[in-house]
Design a protein around this ligand. Structure first.
Ligand code: FEO
Length: 401
């Protein structure tokens, strides 16, 4: 198993999960990696571990750097099971080590792994605490809600390397280890999907963290996230940091995403007419039929379009089930600063469009009046859909400009 030098004496010793396609409820079509980092200093230090079952792959890489029994410290930046699931197994292999984590992480580890944690040498650290490894010094920065209450970043001062766990990650399995090896556009597409599906609700916290990094004057020459590839060129680092700044402010290009489903093609016909209206105004439009699209892709579309429209038929006086699933996902992700709207068709009785409209308003978005038609839309109805699309496009162009 190949290790990979991130920078100086900091080594990537993680594991590649080529096959995961469902990551706690959303799709990961490109798999992922679980990244752990070994710092080979006087105190041999492992930062983060991997998902249960991937420990042997991680330790095979660690073995290429050092004797397993010589590991002194383990930093636990985040306790979600994709990073903590192999800790107990690891300790069985390497023997007791001194562990460092946030207060909330220490509480959470006990809840996740029970009384065995009482045998672990857990040491709580807070923002500003430092740990000397010999040549290198670790500086800890608590990062609550990025994306769990326990989350923490570790900064290696002398190497100018940030290890922010889930921050700046991507679900991307690859035999390449750096963004510049894969290609920046491809990596940013995966970073956007990751941010949209995991970090979107925490824009305020991302803003605070970016400000804190600025206040602390941290120079960053490489970033080692816990998923995907690492960032090591100044251009790549500034691109992803600037993207996090824009995403957390909910900035997005003036384009419209249409997310819909259809029962007997009436809502689909409305969708095509609305799409026509939008593009007639020179505004870019992306269309996702929910039953044929990845849920993760629809959330990513909400992140990177200034407006999104949700089309639903009515079923049993309510929302169409897959549209309801999309709305549940989006409601949890709490988008802000978006123009939104509901439309669709119904048969004998309505209800679906009204429900989506109400949910969008409940999110505090700028919601356009809903549009709905009974049974199959007529030529006049479709003309109204086109005008609705043109109206949305004009608003998108004017909005925020
Ligand atoms: Fe990658 Fe929040 O775990």
């Amino acid at each position: 198993m190949e290790r990979c030098r991130l920078k100086d004496d900091i080594w990537w010793v993680g594991a590649i999960d080529w096959n995961v396609r469902d990551f706690h409820g959303y799709e990961t079509p490109r798999g992922t990696t679980y990244n752990a980092y070994l710092i080979t200093d006087e105190k041999l230090t492992l930062v983060d571990t991997v998902r249960e079952g991937f420990g042997p792959e991680m330790l095979a890489r660690v073995k290429s750097c050092c004797d397993l029994k010589s590991i002194d410290y383990l930093v636990v930046n985040h306790i979600e099971m994709d990073h903590s699931g192999s800790i107990a197994w690891l300790l069985d292999q390497v023997g007791p080590v001194k562990m460092f984590c946030s207060k909330r992480a220490a509480e959470g580890l006990r809840q996740l792994y029970g009384s065995q944690v009482d045998q672990w040498d857990l040491n709580v650290v807070s923002t500003g605490d430092e740990l000397s490894l010999g040549t290198y010094t670790l500086s800890f920065i608590e990062a609550p809600m990025l994306h769990w209450p326990d989350s923490m970043f570790t900064y290696v001062k002398e190497a100018k390397v940030l290890l922010p766990n889930d921050g700046f990650g991507q679900h991307l399995a690859t035999s390449k280890r750096f963004a510049d090896e894969v290609g920046l556009e491809e990596v940013m597409e995966r970073a956007s999907d990751y941010y949209g599906n995991i970090l979107m609700p925490f824009g305020n916290q991302v803003q605070k963290m970016l400000q804190r990094i600025g206040e602390l004057g941290l120079e960053i020459e490489a970033i080692g996230p816990s998923h995907g590839v690492m960032w090591r060129t100044s251009g790549d680092i500034s691109r992803v940091v600037q993207a996090y700044d824009a995403w957390s402010r909910f900035e997005a290009p003036p384009r419209v995403a249409i997310i819909f489903d259809t029962m007997w093609h009436s809502t689909e016909k409305m969708t095509r007419a609305i799409e026509d209206g939008i593009t007639q105004e020179g505004v870019e439009c992306s269309v996702f039929q929910i039953s044929r699209s990845a849920l993760a892709a629809t959330a990513q579309a909400v992140l990177d379009h200034r407006a999104f429209l949700v089309g639903t038929p009515t079923l049993n006086n309510g929302v169409y089930p897959k549209v309801g699933g999309f709305m549940a996902h989006i409601k949890g992700l709490r988008p802000k600063a978006r123009l939104a709207g509901a439309y669709g068709s119904y048969g004998w009785g309505g209800g679906g469009v009204k429900w989506v409209d109400s949910e969008l308003r409940g999110l505090g978005l700028d919601v356009i009046d809903p549009l709905e038609f009974k049974f199959v839309p007529t030529e006049d109805d479709l003309a109204a859909c086109e005008e609705y699309g043109r109206d949305v496009a004009r608003r998108v162009k004017a909005w925020g400009s």
